[in-house]
Design a protein around this ligand. Structure first.
Ligand code: GTP
Ligand code: MG
Length: 242
């Protein structure tokens, strides 16, 4: 069962080489356990040459099974994940953030859930105590409130639409993301809504933040954008003939 690991990347030159090394090492482990992998980075129009740096490393170290897609313009995380997913061929497609906030351990757990019959696995920081790791109480509160507001607006009934770790059965991921158009952070909800309309079996899986860094999210600006995108998504998914 082949796993495709997708990493959206915007101005990540400070960490992307460490991420590449960590993922290559994890791919070796997974291969030994019966899960060969491909790794697909999508550079979302970075200004710091993140994509070029990775391409040079891959060539220098002779890595196969690692792709770096470089988009000229910065469109948003949704666009970068979509582009990466559409360039995969694995039986399972996983995506997670470039800082590997949840580590690499959830990858095999998600693959196994898909192997056991789930269509999609949504990482969640709201299933187990302590999942927010070192977050300050204020940041934890902000994150949870943000998720609640977004869920209410979108009619999302599970516990964490915004977690950066998600996995889909490969063919379903490629079909869903070929129908997605949202470029910003609301893309997760668009994919979930389309998946739900297709009748997919979603499960939630606890994940814990083990690498944390300062948030790049602007709570006011990004929430306003999210809410307007959610409106568009709801309208669009209603008219989709699946
Ligand atoms: N912020 C941002 N991230 C992008 C963009 N395009 C791709 N990405 C990548 O998408 C992921 C977003 O991660 P973060 O910036 O940590 O955002 P987040 O995890 O949703 O929010 P936090 O709670 O602040 O950690 C990273 O891998 C980014 O490199 C973009 O336009 N803006
Ligand atoms: Mg993050």
């Amino acid at each position: 069962m082949k796993i495709s690991i997708c990493i959206p990347m915007y101005n990540e030159s400070a960490i992307c080489q460490d991420t590449l090394l960590t993922l290559v090492e994890e791919a070796e482990n997974l291969k030994k356990r019966g899960y060969p992998c491909e790794i697909v980075f999508c550079d979302d129009g970075s200004h710091d040459r993140s994509g070029e740096i990775l391409r040079r490393d891959i060539e220098e170290w002779g890595y196969t099974d690692v792709k770096v897609i470089i988009c000229k313009k910065n469109l948003g995380k949704g666009a970068a994940v979509r582009e990466a997913v559409l360039n995969t061929d694995g039986d399972v497609v996983v995506y997670t953030d470039c800082d590997l906030a949840y580590g690499t351990e959830p990858i095999i757990r998600a693959a196994r859930l898909i192997e056991e019959g789930s269509d999609a696995v949504l990482g969640s920081r709201n299933l187990e105590k302590g999942s927010y790791g070192e977050y300050t109480p204020i940041r934890r509160f902000a994150s949870r409130t943000y998720i609640k507001v977004i869920s209410l607006a979108a009619g999302f009934k599970m516990s964490d639409s915004q977690c950066g770790f998600k996995a889909y059965k490969g063919d379903l991921a490629r079909r869903i993301f070929s129908l997605c158009t949202v470029n910003g952070f609301a893309f997760d909800l668009e994919a979930i809504k389309i998946g739900q309309k297709m009748g997919l079996k979603f499960v939630e899986m606890p994940v814990k933040i083990i690498n944390h860094r300062d948030s790049k999210i602007n709570l006011v600006r990004d929430t306003v954008k999210m809410l307007s995108d959610i409106k568009v998504i709801k309208k669009k998914v209603k008219t989709l003939d699946l």
